[in-house]
Design a protein around this ligand. Sequence first.
Ligand code: GDP
Length: 588
Amino acid sequence: MAERTIEIEDQITVGALAEKLMLPVGKLIAELMKNGIMATVNERIDIDTAQIIVSELGLDIELTKKQVSAVNTEPRERRKANQKGNPRPPVIAVMGHVDHGKTSLLDAIREADTAKGEAGGITQHISAYQITHNNRDITFLDTPGHEAFAALREHGALLTDVVIIVVAADDGVKPQTIEAIRFARKAGVKIIVAVNKIDKEGANVPQLKQQLAEQDLLVEEWGGDTVIVEVSAKTKQGVPQLLDMVLLVSDVEELKADDTIPATGLVIEAHQEQGRGPVAICLVDEGTLKQGDYMVAGATYAKIRNLESTSGKPLKIAKPSTPVVITGFKELPQFGDEFRIVKDEKTARTQAQAVEQQRRHDGSRQDIGSGELIRMINRTNEVTELPVIIKADVQGSLTSVIDSLKALDSDEVVIRVVSSGVGAVSESDVHLAHTAGAIIYGFNIQLPTSIKRLSSRDKVPIRLYSVIYELIDDSREEMSKLLAPEIVETDLGRLRIKGIFKTTKTEVICGGEVLKGKLTVPALGRVYRGKELLAEVNVTNLKRGPQDTKEVFEGEMCGLSLATTGRVDVQEGDDVQLYSQEAVTRHL
Ligand code: GDP
């Protein structure tokens, strides 16, 4: 029996764990590093890893999983264990190095949809879609690019059955390819390698197979079992074969889900839509969703008003592995929120409120940047913060903005994201910004007039951008303003003391000869005896003969008054070096 038991959720940020263990976060990070885990303060680790680290630290503490009442936190685990139920379509994610053709391949797959209706021409980005191939449904998570890794790592892995790793045949295995392989392995999902761009001249498939083998992905012809399909997203060559393989690999898994229970799943995108209010794209994990159901999603809930496929077709019900568009939410749910169907509105409201309270309670722990880490490790070195609130049109851009801003963090000044979210700037954002002294950055959003008025009344800066680099430049400039200015010293001249007229506790009046440069007042001075620094002084007055003067030159004799702090025993033969100081603004 351990001395102490601590309840945590399935995953916990390093910062929050340190807090619970009452340990300096630096120590925890160091221990994680020792165990080969490079985690920053706001990265999440799972409960098993946390337990190992706790034991390694010699703490007699047992970590137990907190039972979260309102949301189901482990869909994948449960689903895997659940071998009863009906067959369900596989959920596929596409990952790979930038420019290797993830987006193009997802587009090509969508075009290959044999059940594609008339609707067509979907131009806007949809974070998931379902296609039919050989009369069977396949669901694709479409979060290509930068945000995919973070998003999938956190949430998508729970729902993904197969990861297609796209590798360009003319470029080979690259860092993000390796990261994708690691991710898929860690999540325990099947891998299919799509060797893309085989239409290109520089395509070198044998070399690519060699590189994959180095990552322990051995193709069949070399005695392994890695499924590789050669494709061209451009000419569409190999796309049907890739889909065949997706079905084949999924069949081995015998994917099933119980569709008789109340539905649960994940919010994979949420945004505001003119005339429709909050709109969420949800992926059903288990159970069956129906129009009119009460759905709790994170800290909000809905009576499902519209239930549609992601191509806009109205649906009456939605079964497991189906991505659906849902309207009717009271507020915008968050990307990554888990949802569940409950029996009535009252239950929905209560459960949503419980989650909201929990979040508020945990709120202070979120958004700890790397700067925070630096400060925690090195408390003596104060780091200045630029508090910001970030609002964006969709989760993908929000993540990108936050990530890019965090990249600006330096040892001296860091971005502190006080709050962030998808959707328009709200009254509470302005209040929060007012209290926190934060700047509100809006990305690809409009500003309602009422909010504009409120912000100008409260003098809360709101800056709207639609180009990410401009937003980043603005924050860089704001951060620069917070940097302590650089103090630049300029030597003015040097004087050799030839006589002392008066010495008090606060003043020395003396005379001497300018050895070098030009003396001016007011100036700062350092009194030296030989090389030894005797005192720091202020030079308050200069006299040429009996006359006050502003400057004297090399070779001239003059009198001068030095303001001192405490009595300074200046003697004949000492030197006074005069200098000026200037504060210069620095830039990040
Ligand atoms: P992502 O960053 O992985 O999403 O890559 P994209 O889908 O944006 O593709 C990057 C570039 O490669 C684009 O210019 C595409 O037109 C091009 N591309 C993608 N697939 C193919 C392919 O199969 N053949 C050729 N020749 N070009 C491709």
